[in-house]
Structures are given as C-alpha cells and as structure tokens.
Design a binder for this molecule. Structure first.
Ligand code: G4P
Length: 294
C-alpha cells in the first residue's frame, strides 16, 4: 500500500465527516460552559498533535497548552516550545502524566490565564468566582490520564464539597477552579504525509490500519540521521556508517540482531518493525522530539 492509500484510509476510518461533526458539536456545547480551555498536545510532535482548528473553535476563551509526555521528549526542544507559545501569548507547561511532573503547575497556569476574568468578576463584587475549564486534545494524547491524575490529587477536596462527586460532570481542582471530567476529543489533521507519519510513529494512530513495515522504514530514515546514543547502543550499530545503509536493510539487520528469523533463515521484518515502533514509543531509543518551532 502506498502512503496516499494509507492516509485516505486513516482519514476514513478514524475521522469520517459524521464523526467529526458530532465531536465538534459536543465540544461547542461544552465550550459554552467553561471559562478556559486546556489543550493537551504531545511534546514530541507539538505541530502534528495539534488541531489547527482549535483557535477557531475556542474563539475568545483563554487557552493554555499542556505539552504532555515530556518524559519522552527532548528537554531542550520542550523548552523551545514553551518559549514559542509564550511569544504567541499562550501559556504552555510541560507535563508528564506517568510521573506527575508538572501537574502541580496546572492550576497556577490556569489562574494566570484567567486573571483578567477573575479580576473583572471581583470588580463586579463576586469575591469568590468559580472558574471552569475543560480539557481538549486528539485521541491518545493523554487526556483521560491527565484528568485522572488531577482528580486523584484533589480527591479529598472534591469529596468534601457536597454534591460534587466523580459521577457529576465537574470536580474541584483548587479553590475557585473546577474541571469537566469528560474531555473534548479533537480530530487530528492528516494534511500531509509527514503529519500522518509522525502521528503514527508516536502511536496516535492505531497500527491495524497502517503498513507497519513501511512505517518502520520511514522511522529508520529518521533514526539513521538522528543517531541517538540509545538507538545506536541498543542495536549495537556503527554510528559512522549507519547513514549509508538502506533503511529496509537496516530493519533486517536489527531484526536479525534480535533473532527474529523465520524458516529459511529470513528475517521476520514485520515482527522487527513492530518491535522497533514499540521501542520508539516507549522512548527506549532516546527522548526524541520530531518537531521544532519554526
Ligand atoms: P486519551 O484520553 O487522550 O485518548 O489518552 P490516554 O489518557 O488514554 O493516554 C494514551 C496513552 O498515553 C496511555 O498509554 C497513557 O498511559 C499514555 N500516557 C499519557 N500521558 C503520558 C505521559 O505523560 N507519559 C507517557 N510516557 N505516557 C503517557 P497506553 O499504553 O494506551 O495505556 P497504559 O499502558 O498506560 O495502560
């Protein structure tokens, strides 16, 4: 299958127009209830994991960006991204829902983004206004994990407040701040091959609809150039000559090193491809960011 076929199949399966209209309507409905929106993106692919229609959808509400999975991204690149958003007037923070890193910075960031609104309420005489926020993001970016983390951290507070339980739609995340417990699912954009590829590398798109060998070869095209020490060491490769090796051949070399052979001594390249993608997605080949500002 060629990339163009794969891309159109991905679009058809995951985001057929009816599905998109439904989720869009749902988000628009929930947006009316909130004061701010927290958009979760993948710190490894901040461009591809962002829905370009977000600004149009959210319109005038304050927005903050959560660069999630920062445990798997290049730290320097994440800092560049935070600066980049800051220049655009958007508060961005790096978070890691696996270790809870950065989660505590969420409420202060939110407060910062909503300060003008809070001040305006106070001027009108509302001393303790309650601000509401919802989480949005494309599938698999970590929305549910993040909501669970924030919920667990604030469980006591939530239970203390009569009428606010997990069963309700809102829970208190700090004094004066509530979060909607269901996230808004945004659709990814498959505008070009690179976006589709990067979403697939990180596992945002299910492997059942992708040619894993083709994807692994494309990933190797990248890894050959990046030459991260973890990648080189893990497969005992020669960093000096690796760029000269054809990527499919490299997949065979890697498979062979892991003993992935089928009858006749041939390499099981499909198994090797799945293994390579799994290891990349678990950041075993290094903390790799695939997209940089500008
Ligand atoms: P979604 O609601 O946006 O669709 O995403 P979800 O929370 O289901 O997260 C998708 C996957 O990403 C989950 O892995 C989750 O554990 C993982 N994840 C979320 N945040 C982080 C993070 O900050 N760092 C890392 N390394 N992973 C993160 P999974 O394999 O689908 O499930 P599981 O193995 O964790 O059960």
């Amino acid at each position: 299958m060629f990339w163009s076929d794969i891309m159109s199949e991905m679009q058809n399966i995951q985001w057929f127009p009816g599905h998109m209209t439904k989720t869009k309507r749902q988000i628009e409905k929930n947006l009316k209830l909130v004061d701010a929106v927290a958009e979760i993106i993948d710190a490894r692919i901040p461009i591809s994991s962002r829905n370009p229609d977000i600004a149009q959808l959210v319109t005038s509400k304050p927005r903050i960006v959560l660069l999630n999975k920062c445990d798997m991204a290049d730290e320097k690149a994440t800092k560049l991204w935070i600066e980049h958003f800051k220049k655009q007037g958007i508060i961005a923070i790096a978070i890691d829902c696996k270790s809870n890193k950065g989660i505590n910075a969420f409420v202060p960031a939110l407060k910062n983004a909503l300060q003008d609104k809070i001040d305006a309420y106070k001027r009108k005489g509302m001393l303790n206004p309650s601000m509401r926020v919802m989480i949005v993001g494309i599938p698999n970016v970590g929305k549910s994990t993040f909501i669970n983390r924030v919920f667990k951290q604030n469980k006591a507070k939530t239970a203390d407040k009569p009428g606010v339980t997990r069963g309700n739609q809102w829970f208190t995340i700090s004094k004066g701040f509530e979060m909607l417990d269901t996230p808004g699912v945004l659709w990814p954009k498959f505008d070009d091959q690179l976006t589709g590829e990067r979403l697939a590398f990180t596992g945002a798109i299910k492997d059942q609809i992708i040619d894993v060998e083709l994807l692994a070869v494309r990933l190797l095209d990248l890894l050959k150039e990046l030459k991260t020490p973890d990648f080189i060491a893990r497969f005992k490769l020669d960093g000096d000559t690796i760029s000269d090796i054809d990527s499919y051949e490299l997949l065979q070399i890697i498979g062979k090193k892991r003993g992935m052979l089928i009858s006749g001594g041939e390499v099981d390249t499909e198994r090797a491809a799945i293994m390579l993608l799994d290891e990349f997605r678990a950041a075993k080949l290094g903390k790799i960011t695939l997209e940089f500002p500008d």
